[in-house]
Write a protein that binds this ligand. Structure first.
Ligand code: HPA
Length: 274
């Protein structure tokens, strides 16, 4: 673990001795209110935690909240750093390392994304089953030695996927499943790029998730990702995305996401088939 993550961990321990978490949620744009309802909350602004991102995009809060929900020690990261903010695919490395130091074993990434699948609509939730990264970027470039050669088979933990699917039954929230393709942003895609994404097998497209999953897997964390579909991809089904549209629709999907997360937390890992 890096020295800077150890420092962030020490600051958290100084605010609450013995603070720990087993499940962490990273909340994307417009999804920040998910942490409401956390019992016994300890919230620390990212600005107080070394190596945590300085957020530059509206809709991202910049705060780590620890506490309990449904008997589970949870951590919520309200807001993330994106590659397009600074050109660094490793920007989420220290926060993820800090979560690992806190005892987190499961990280659930949430994000808004566009749909390139005619059966997946704005407002739908999508459980990510796999990803496509044709950006030529990888957060493990420069990781040194053989440490970067990690497997990404089952990068989106099958057991966590089953747990989310069970949660749909108890929470009454429907989810779709799909492959996420990472685009660097910050401009939205061209209609031609959206056609290519579709041809390659993507269902949803977005500007986050992928580097975080790769970093999480490198740390040995089990990862899952839930997408709130905010729009159709550019030129697809009339899609012409804008930041304000993605924020507005993500906020609506967030209500269902919140219910799904509570359902997920109520299902104990032991109840999910290995
Ligand atoms: N493209 C890329 N990222 C996104 C989109 C999109 O259409 N919508 C929300 N995030």
């Amino acid at each position: 673990m890096s020295e800077v993550a150890e420092q962030a961990y020490d600051i958290i321990q100084a605010r609450r001795a013995g603070a720990s978490a087993s499940v962490a949620f990273v909340l994307g744009s417009g999804l920040g209110n998910m942490a409401e309802g956390v019992e016994n909350p300890l919230s620390i602004p990212y600005a107080d935690l070394p190596g945590f991102p300085a957020l530059t995009v509206s809709g991202h809060d910049g705060q780590l909240t620890l506490g309990q929900q449904d008997g589970v020690d949870v951590a919520y990261m309200l807001g993330r750093s994106h590659y397009y903010e600074h050109g660094d695919p490793r920007a989420m490395e220290t926060p993820l390392e800090t979560l690992a130091l806190l005892g987190v074993q499961i990280v659930v990434l949430t994000a808004a994304a566009g749909s390139v699948n005619a059966d997946i609509y704005p407002g739908n939730l999508v459980l990510v089953t796999d990803h496509i990264n044709f950006n030529g970027l990888n957060p493990l470039i420069g990781a040194g030695g053989d440490g970067g050669f990690i497997s990404l088979v089952e990068a989106y933990d099958p057991r966590l996927q089953r747990r989310f699917k069970s949660a749909t039954l108890s929470s009454g929230v429907n989810i779709r499943e799909g492959v996420y393709m990472w685009f660097s942003g910050p401009s939205f895609e061209t209609p031609a790029e959206i056609k290519v994404a579709k041809m390659l097998g993507a269902d949803v497209i977005g500007m986050s998730v992928v580097p975080e999953v790769i970093l999480a897997r490198r740390l040995g964390l089990r990862a899952s990702a839930i997408i709130v579909v905010s729009n159709f991809g550019a030129g697809f089904m009339g899609g012409n995305p804008s930041h304000s549209e993605t924020r507005k629709n993500a906020a609506q999907g967030a209500i269902m996401l919140k219910r799904l997360i509570r359902g997920f937390l109520r299902i104990k890992e032991s109840e999910t088939q290995a």
